[in-house]
Design a protein around this ligand. Structure first.
Ligand code: BG6
Length: 343
């Protein structure tokens, strides 16, 4: 059986990994004991173990992709088990805050264009190995769910972890764990927790590469970076200093360095501000590919670049984290919105 290029046994193995029942096998290992009926049972099992009636449910697309849908009195959200990637979040009664490309493809092992990809354990190209995947392997790896909680304050908390068996040892020969604690409500919080379980310090690059939905990028202003130094990747990586708010008039790809400031996306078209708070992040990456690069990318959708901006809470370039043995690092973010009132 073949489903959108994915061999049947492979996609059943994906579900085994989601349930944590195939710890020692890579997802491409064929399994002979799986059949269609069992696959349905695995989604049933995810729902039985972690589902909450009318609040948290698991479903599967025909090509094997598994999603968690969350609905609570404050918000709706959708998370793909691949990459533990949030692909939708709308506070109740509001337009989506997280942007997902209309042309996004959902293929096992391929990055999803939009949402909030987890870049880990390096940001951008690997420092020395150009054949390693850009932004690390966490975003294209199947994560497992380890807990779901309906909280008294009306929010829903989900915890995901990257299984050790899914870590390519040739790319990351270190003893470490990665968890993502996601809280869905009127605010969206993500706490990305890395633990160094080895005997040596780790060098860690990372980002929550979130695509935010905007009305028209040409009218957006980004506040909170005035006076910060940044590496301008569209100008050969030259270091510059931000003057005032960030405006978007062309391809923009910048790593703002040494900044722990919160930032605000001001969106006059959608008449809202998106507030981005962070801790444990010393860099802020700002990216919009603009028209030509977007056309080459192929998965941004028609005019998609007009309706998105990536503001990524990161530890990148010279801001990588040195993580001592037996210690944790938390990259924490909180997104919220307010109506934009004219001044
Ligand atoms: C940004 C980088 O974080 O991600 C850009 O600064 C890059 O240089 C962009 O183009 C998208 O990366 P990818 O791998 O998802 O296409």
């Amino acid at each position: 059986m073949r489903t959108n290029g994915l061999i049947g046994a492979e996609f059943y193995n994906i579900l085994d990994l989601a349930l944590g029942t195939l710890d020692d096998q890579p997802i491409t290992t064929p399994s002979t004991r799986l059949c269609q009926g069992e696959n349905v049972e695995r989604i049933t099992e995810l729902n039985r173990r972690y589902g909450i009636p009318h609040q948290v449910s698991f479903s599967q697309e025909p090509n094997g992709f598994v999603f968690v849908d969350v609905t609570n009195p404050q918000a709706t959200a959708r998370i793909a088990l691949q990459g533990a990637q949030i692909i939708h979040w709308s506070p109740k009664g509001e337009a989506p805050v997280i942007w997902l490309s209309e042309a996004a493809s959902f293929l096992p092992g391929k990055s999803i264009r939009g949402g909030a990809p987890v870049c880990w354990p390096w940001f951008g190209p690997h420092e020395t190995q150009r054949d390693f995947p850009a932004h690390g392997f966490a975003r294209t790896t199947l994560w497992e769910i380890s807990g779901v909680e309906s909280r008294p304050d009306g929010t829903t908390k989900l915890v995901f972890h990257l299984p050790e068996s899914a870590t390519p040892k040739n790319q990351w020969p270190h003893a470490s764990t990665l968890e993502s604690h996601i809280t869905i409500g009127a605010h969206l919080e993500v706490d990305l927790v890395t633990r160094n379980q080895g005997n040596h310090p780790l060098t860690l690059g990372q980002a929550l590469h979130t695509y935010f939905q905007v009305g028209d990028i040409r009218t957006v202003r980004l506040h909170g970076l005035d006076g910060c130094s940044y590496l301008d990747k569209v100008d050969g990586g030259v270091c510059k200093v931000q003057q005032g708010a960030v405006n978007f008039t062309q391809e923009t790809d910048r790593i703002y360095l040494g900044t722990t400031h919160n930032v605000v996306i001001e969106d006059p078209q959608m008449q809202r501000q998106i507030h981005i708070a962070k801790r444990g992040s010393a860099s802020t990456v700002v990216w919009n590919p603009w028209i030509e690069k977007a056309a080459k990318m192929g998965d941004l959708g028609e005019n998609g670049y007009l309706h998105m901006v990536c503001v990524e809470n990161a530890n990148a370039a010279e801001d990588v984290v040195m993580l001592a043995p037996e210690t944790d690092h938390h990259l924490w973010v909180r997104y919220s919105t307010t109506a934009l009132t004219s001044t």
